[in-house]
Design a protein around this ligand. Structure first.
Ligand code: SIN
Ligand code: CO
Length: 380
């Protein structure tokens, strides 16, 4: 019931049944299990300041967990026990761009939902403990074996212990109980208990997703409002006709606030612009901006491809096709929708689809902007 074949998955059916709703196991999801890093390379990365790394250690004698944050000293690793610890590196895809190849298999989920890839190295019995996350994640077994137990979504009401921001669940009833082999994959929706314990040394990759919360959406709006005086109003108490010397706080202030919020909510274009721009930002914004070619370099037969790692989305906006890359907006005429869509999917795109020809100048200026800003690679 919770088993799916990743290779022959019906994406629509899968999304309807599982995405955000129920965990799912994909046996042999990858013929070539991801193998981007050795344990030594992983440890090497954790010495670097730019990377977010964590060491989670279980003290079995006292049944206690501890968490240490990197960067670590080389000597830290020689002082560790043989078992019961795991090292996690966040956003490793930003440092190893070839990892973005993995994402091609997840193209059925919009790129703006993607957050980062985390890698974990675990020793015998190592793991992060029983917990639930508030995001969707695909856990891919790279090397070695890990015993995963996964509960039903929402089975997270048991008592929790919190250590250094790490929240552990007391217990949950597994509905998936599997020893993952290299190439196997688990999908875990938000608020779903899971616990992986390594059998021997193992490496796992977590493709994590993100979302946006109300307060972040409102913060965007607030920032944008501050720049547009025409949408800013002062509360006015024209209704005041009777002296009020009791400092009573009137309901009219709340009504004013409600009406202002309603007025703002009735501006879908403004919300579309702000949200789509914001959600086209990649997590760390680390991608190469080195531009070795400009629009004049292209020939009629050129193919371009969006650079791996950039954040992207597209939408229909004010009668145009808008492509957002790293919060910059590029508007194209509607006839270029298919070309924009292809480009946004990281596929190689012939510049002919954009009506490009070196002699003619009627190709969209947005194409020149994207090329000249260094967001695409020249494939041929
Ligand atoms: C791990 O790879 O050990 C932790 C991944 C997770 O629980 O989200
Ligand atoms: Co987790």
């Amino acid at each position: 019931m919770f088993n799916c074949s990743f290779k022959s998955i019906d994406k629509d059916q899968w999304l309807e049944k599982y995405w955000q709703k129920a965990p799912c196991l994909f046996k042999n999801a990858f013929d070539d299990p991801p193998d981007f890093l050795s344990p030594d390379e992983l440890a090497g990365f954790s010495l670097q300041e730019e990377l977010e790394s964590r060491l989670i250690i279980q003290d079995i004698d006292n049944n206690e967990w501890s968490i240490e944050h990197g960067p670590f000293e080389q000597s830290r690793f020689s002082n560790l026990t043989e078992s019961h610890w795991t090292l996690l590196l966040q956003s490793i895809d930003c440092w190893l761009p070839e990892m973005h190849q993995l994402l091609a298999d997840f193209n059925f989920i919009p790129r703006w939902r993607f957050d980062d890839i985390m890698v974990s190295f675990a020793t015998e019995q190592g793991g992060v403990g029983p917990h639930a996350d508030n995001y969707d994640v695909f856990l891919i077994q790279g090397s070695g074996q890990r015993h995963w137990r996964v509960g039903a979504k929402g089975d997270t009401s048991q008592a929790k212990t919190v250590i250094d921001g790490m929240s552990h669940l007391q217990e949950f009833t597994p509905i998936i109980d599997v020893v993952m082999q290299p190439g196997d994959m688990l999908y875990i929706p938000p608020d779903t208990p899971h616990w992986g314990i390594s059998h021997g040394e193992s490496i796992g990759y977590s493709v994590g997703y993100r979302s946006i919360q109300t307060h972040q959406m409102l913060a965007l709006l607030t920032e944008n409002l501050a720049e547009s005086p025409e949408h800013q109003h002062f509360f006015a108490d024209l209704y005041r006709k009777k002296a009020n010397d009791s400092n009573f706080f009137e309901q009219q202030v709340v009504q004013w606030a409600q009406q202002e919020l309603i007025k703002l909510s009735r501006q879908p274009e403004r919300l579309a612009k702000l949200l789509s721009q914001q959600l086209s930002l990649s997590k760390l914004g680390i991608y190469s901006h080195d531009n070795t070619f400009i629009i004049q370099t292209l020939t009629e037969d050129s193919e371009i491809q969006l650079q791996q790692g950039v954040g992207v989305n597209w939408l229909l906006y004010k009668g145009k096709v808008r492509l957002n890359i790293e919060s910059e907006s590029f508007d194209f005429a509607l006839k270029y929708q298919q070309a924009v869509q292809l480009l946004a999917s990281f596929a190689p795109v012939s510049v002919k689809l954009f009506n490009f020809s070196p002699e003619l100048v009627d190709f969209p200026s947005a194409l020149a902007s994207i090329v000249n800003r260094g967001y695409v690679n020249l494939i041929k």
